[in-house]
Design a protein around this ligand. Structure first.
Ligand code: FPP
Length: 249
């Protein structure tokens, strides 16, 4: 029996988020520059997106470039940006073939103009696709996003559009970059690191966390299937007791 056959179709996570980590180490192990790892990470992205689309995962969010990644050596940042433009351009046909709609979150105005332009073009080209929504987190960090949300909420209060006493969890969620998406139910991090690294901090409040030692360029659909099988074995209690969950009360 393959891993895919072990997945129960009636208990799929609605939203999977992935911290793609380990590209640099993968390249170093092969005596290569870090960008060699990023380039090889593209095949992992393609396989993961195709597998998620085939399974019918509604939302897939990939942490592709964090706010903090801007502090990496200029050569690596430039090479990553070039890779992003060419990958988004080349892979738009894969997205179309798999009925995937592209989306992006983050401080996109910080991206080089050619990256932003290609991103917007691919988002427009895939906008009528109805399968998986693939969100790329680019120049993204959760603290940046939460700060933006607080500023917007404060402005609405100042302008008399909102009363401070009316702020709910929903008010905050609606001011985040993920306003139109359900929260991730499964968060995967590759490369054996056990950190969240400023990713979707508000949204993962009740996500199941899956860590794998696999370095991102080696990640393939079987690794995704294993993470989903792991997710399906978890008892999601949301603060309740096990008995309450079993008895559904
Ligand atoms: C983390 O590995 C990976 C990144 C910062 C970049 C991820 C980018 C890609 C996989 C390229 C294409 C992606 C898309 C979505 C088009 P790391 O460099 O931190 O690895 P290390 O921890 O081993 O140094």
């Amino acid at each position: 029996m393959s891993y895919k056959d072990e997945i129960k179709a009636d208990n799929l996570p609605l939203h999977i988020a992935i911290i793609m980590d380990g590209n640099g180490r993968w390249a170093k192990q092969r005596g290569n520059q870090r960008i060699f790892g990023h380039k090889n990470g593209v095949a992992a992205v393609r396989d993961t997106v195709e597998a998620a689309a085939e399974l019918g995962i509604k939302y897939l969010t990939l942490y592709a470039f964090s706010t903090e990644n801007w502090s990496r050596p200029k050569m690596e940042v430039d090479a990553l940006m070039t890779l992003l433009v060419s990958t988004i351009h080349k892979e738009t046909s894969t997205l179309m073939k798999n009925n995937v709609q592209l989306n992006a979150i983050g401080n996109l105005s910080n991206l080089p103009p050619d990256v932003e332009k290609q991103l917007k073009a691919s988002i427009a080209n895939t906008s009528t696709n109805t399968g998986t929504t693939l969100t790329l987190a680019l120049s993204y960090s959760s603290r940046w996003e939460i700060l933006e949300a607080i500023s917007q909420i404060a402005k609405e209060i100042e302008d008399g559009k909102l009363h401070s006493g009316d702020i709910t969890y929903d008010t905050v969620s609606k001011h985040l970059t993920t306003a139109n998406m359900p929260d991730p139910e499964l968060l995967i991090r590759t490369s054996g690191e056990y950190r969240i690294s400023n990713f979707l901090l508000w949204q993962i409040a009740y996500a199941e966390l899956h860590f794998t030692n696999t370095l991102w360029p080696d990640f393939r659909r079987d690794d995704l299937y294993k993470a989903i099988i792991d997710f399906q074995k978890r008892e999601r209690r949301f603060g309740k007791t096990s008995e309450q969950v079993i008895n559904k009360n």
